[in-house]
Design a protein around this ligand. Structure first.
Ligand SMILES: *Cc1c(COP(=O)(O)O)cnc(C)c1O
Length: 398
């Protein structure tokens, strides 16, 4: 991004809330005292430390309330990636005497995907579950994969690229019946649809603050009581001896506040975003030929719009939209630098050339109908211009 002005998000239509979200003013305000004034280490006994400890306990309760957990089941971490790593490696380590078999969907977030691949290199065996054309994992496939005594099932709750919401309650029932621990990454679904650990039937569920208008670098892992999980960070035995490291108090307070606001505003925000999403999907489908919606029409996150456009490159779309003041993504933020087609789209059976022309628009709190209308004005022209200079589109069967 060469144009300095574009760094100022105030002037742009931000449609990449799946990548990150701005810190809400209420969250920032709650955090500020914990940098300099209430700076105490919560593990200490004097009052400056006790104030920090108290704030942390309150935040733990706020996070627990968002996912329907007990306070003691919430462990603070440095974010979604750490929580995913801890859940998968920690369960594998704790149960390695019992078995070496892990069941994982092919459309996990990279934080789970790469962790599983790392375990494969260490002698664990991973059954990779296929998805259908909409990105859905079949509970029957999960049941069929439980042939021996697997030590973990991991299926993402809502996919970060295409927004499909997986049938986790059904998978959770199967896992519980067969006595297998279930991990489900709810980083994208939190704050957008109801997330309740008992309804989902999961043992482990990661949370990230910066996807719900909290700060970056802080998150949590929900660990159901009785779950077999080794420690991940060794040291001073913070977080009930499970996750060492001096607590990021300001971040934790910010996560707590963000979680509380997300819980209180969930119903209204879900309705509002769903209406904007549907307007955007219908508008794109009506105005752009050879555009395919990725993922199901309704069983998707209320803020996710994802299309593949025949004969164009996603990078080209993103750069032109940026010029028009619209921030969007092609694939996921983590992969968009590599130009590799997305593993999610490939798992859904999209051919390479189609997967390359992908665009993800993810709505959030600041977006209004005006933003949707702006996209519907700019995007059809953008795709038309790109196709006019694309040898792929000119030579394809039109
Ligand atoms: C963003 C994201 C993560 C990683 O969370 P960080 O806090 O950025 O490390 C993990 N899983 C999903 C589904 C995500 O969208």
């Amino acid at each position: 991004m060469t144009d300095k002005r574009r760094a100022d998000a105030g002037n742009v239509t931000y449609l990449d809330h799946a990548a990150t979200t701005p810190v809400r003013p209420e969250v920032l305000e709650a955090m500020l005292p914990f940098f300099a004034q209430k700076f105490g280490n919560p593990s200490t006994l004097y009052s400056v430390g006790a104030a920090a400890k108290e704030a942390m306990n309150a935040a733990r309760a706020q996070v627990a309330a968002l996912v329907g957990a007990r306070t003691q089941e919430i462990y603070f971490t440095s974010g979604g990636t750490e929580s995913d790593n801890w859940a998968v490696k920690g369960a594998a380590c704790a149960l390695r005497e019992k078995g070496r078999h892990i069941i994982a969907s092919k459309i996990e977030h990279h934080a789970v995907l790469e962790t599983c691949r790392c375990l494969e290199k260490q002698g664990f065996e991973v059954t990779w579950l296929d998805v259908d054309g909409d990105g859905l994992v079949s509970p029957d496939h999960v049941a069929a994969a439980i042939r021996d005594d697997p030590i973990l099932i991991t299926v993402i709750h809502a996919n970060n690229e295409v927004g499909v919401v997986e049938p986790i309650p059904e998978i959770g029932r199967i896992a519980a019946q067969r006595g297998v621990q279930l991990h489900t990454d709810a980083v994208q679904s939190l704050g957008k649809i109801p997330v309740n650990v008992d309804e989902l039937g999961c043992n482990l569920l990661p949370i990230s603050a910066h996807k719900i208008y909290g700060p970056k670098g802080i998150g949590a892992l929900y660990v159901r009581k009785g779950t077999r999980l080794n420690k991940f960070m060794h040291g001073g035995d913070q977080e009930n001896r499970k996750r060492s490291g001096t607590s990021n108090v300001a971040g934790i307070v910010g996560l707590g506040k963000a979680a509380e606001l997300a819980r209180l505003e969930l119903d209204d925000e879900t309705k509002r975003l769903t209406a904007l999403r549907d307007r955007l999907i219908d508008g794109i489908s009506a105005s752009i030929p050879d555009a395919t919606l990725s993922g199901p029409r309704h069983n998707r996150l209320p803020n996710n719009v994802h299309f593949c456009f025949k004969g164009v490159e996603g990078e080209g779309i993103i750069l032109r939209l940026d010029h028009a003041g619209i921030c969007a993504a092609s694939g996921s933020a983590c992969t968009s630098a590599t130009l590799e087609p997305s593993h999610v789209l490939l798992a859904m059976g999209r051919p390479h050339e189609v997967a390359h022309g992908s665009l993800r628009l993810t709505l959030g709190r600041s977006n209004t109908q005006a933003d949707v209308d702006k996209v519907l004005e700019v995007l059809p022209k953008t795709i038309e211009q790109l196709r006019a200079i694309s040898p792929l589109y000119a030579t394809s069967d039109q």
